[in-house]
Design a protein around this ligand. Structure first.
Ligand SMILES: Cc1cc2nc3c(=O)[nH]c(=O)nc-3n(C[C@H](O)[C@H](O)[C@H](O)COP(=O)(O)OP(=O)(O)OC[C@H]3O[C@@H](n4cnc5c(N)ncnc54)[C@H](O)[C@@H]3O)c2cc1C
Length: 396
């Protein structure tokens, strides 16, 4: 790792990756066996959104139906990668808790999902109580149980990918910002950095929510900053292996167990006008919301202690899916990987495979259509923000 500001950067590479978040280092790892790859990160690897993530892997709920092949690719990656270095992927079912009076609709909705090939089942309250005794199913009309979900520690995941990328020959330079893209005759020829120019045939813009301003002179993308939060609580009686991950429709939260028996609750996501100065602390209103909510679904939730809380900024898109593309409107040689909208950790292996295919001019092992920039007619970053943790409460 080229870590100190006085250490010289390479002056040429096949591919420069702008941003050493989880997406940048995952892409570097995939490209490194065959390309001379340099990652340039203005701070530390995973120093921004990536280390702040809740670590939920809910690809199975996100990439279903016509997005076939995407969830399977990502889920297999996490299963196979678990055990690499200190990285561990914990498989755990995800249960969407169904509000009272909505059981019929939820049952139909789950059946529809199954028809699209999703590994999902509607469970009635007695089944819920039996499978997940710490969830108070007396207050719900059952749940929609998703298999093939899980969680991980995002910082360990990102740093393991970075170590792997370096072992495969990539150079990771930290503490140095990329100040601009060099474009000649419509083609990318490198980047300018705080440590000098790096010539390159390919540049991958993976700079998180800052990708929009980084590319502004060359390409407009509909990615805007938003702020989202997490809180960890320690119940009197730690939750065990039969505690699921889950969602509460309409309550703007998701939850998952920690391996030590604590419960992490995330959500409360809003568009952020001042991302550089946004607070890294969880809001008091979110703390209160979670304190009131926990006893409503976790047995013993009224006796849980606050452990810690935090907030971070990620990039949002109008349809909540990222942009992973070498768009026609962009200079040749530019690949964009941004707008991960609260799912960048789980989507990193998928993004890496697409970036790899775009650089090599091959096709990834699944459809990349949902991630193309040209799915948007309007590419302005000024759009109305949609929260993915709001929950789907209409089952349509
Ligand atoms: C509280 C919270 C909870 C979340 N929970 C989950 C979850 O459970 N599951 C999930 O999958 N995702 C989750 N996310 C989202 C996830 O963290 C992001 O989608 C993901 O980290 C995006 O990765 P990235 O590499 O695109 O961006 P980042 O991690 O933001 O990395 C971009 C990097 O680019 C660098 N950079 C920017 N500009 C420049 C420049 N000019 N030169 C050099 N470097 C530059 C930045 O310093 C930064 O390190 C959560 C996010 C937050 C904040």
């Amino acid at each position: 790792m080229v870590g100190r500001a006085d250490e010289p950067l390479p002056d040429a590479a096949d591919a420069v990756i702008v941003g050493g978040g989880v997406v940048g280092v995952a892409a570097a790892r995939d490209l490194a066996p065959d390309y001379d790859v340099v990652v340039v990160e203005k701070g530390a690897v995973a120093g921004e959104a990536s280390a702040l993530a809740a670590g939920e892997v809910t690809l199975a709920t996100t990439y279903i139906g016509e997005r076939e092949g995407i969830a399977e690719y990502g889920t297999s990656f996490f299963r196979d990668y678990s055990g690499t270095g200190d990285f561990h992927y914990e498989e755990r079912n995800g249960v969407e808790l169904v509000p009272q009076g909505r059981g019929g609709e939820a049952r139909e909705y789950a059946a529809g999902l199954r028809d699209t090939g999703a590994n999902v089942e509607y469970i009635d309250p007695p089944t819920g109580r039996e499978r997940y005794p710490r969830i108070d199913f007396d207050r719900f009309d059952g749940g929609i149980e998703f298999r093939d979900t899980g969680f991980l520690d995002p910082y360990t995941f990102a740093t393991t990918l970075a170590d792997d990328a370096e072992d495969r020959g990539a150079t990771i330079c930290t503490e140095r910002a990329v100040t601009g893209l060099v474009v000649e005759n419509g083609t990318v020829t490198g980047v300018e950095t705080e440590g000098g120019r790096i010539d390159a045939d390919h540049v991958v813009a993976a700079a998180g929510w800052r990708t929009t301003s980084f590319l502004a002179e060359h390409l407009e993308i509909p990615v805007q900053p938003y702020r989202t939060q997490c809180i960890v609580l320690e119940p009197d009686d730690p939750v065990g292996e039969d505690f699921p991950m889950g969602w509460l429709p309409g309550e703007h939260v998701y939850f998952r167990p920690e391996l030590n028996g604590d419960v992490l609750v995330g959500g409360f996501s809003f568009a952020e006008d001042d991302p550089e100065r946004a607070s890294g602390q969880a809001d008091e209103a979110f703390r209160q919301h979670v304190a009131e909510l926990l006893p409503r679904f976790v047995e013993g939730g009224d006796r849980a202690r606050f452990v810690n809380g935090w907030a971070g900024v990620d990039g949002a898109t109008p349809d909540t899916l990222p942009i992973i593309d070498a768009p026609d409107a962009a200079p040749d040689g530019l690949v964009v990987a941004a707008g991960f909208h609260g799912r960048g950790v789980m989507t990193a292996p998928i993004a890496a495979a697409i970036v790899n295919a775009l650089v090599r001019d091959t096709t990834p092992p699944f459809t990349r259509d949902p991630f193309r920039l040209d799915r948007f007619e309007d590419t302005s970053p000024d759009f109305e923000f949609t929260s993915i943790s709001a929950g789907d409460d209409d089952y349509d």
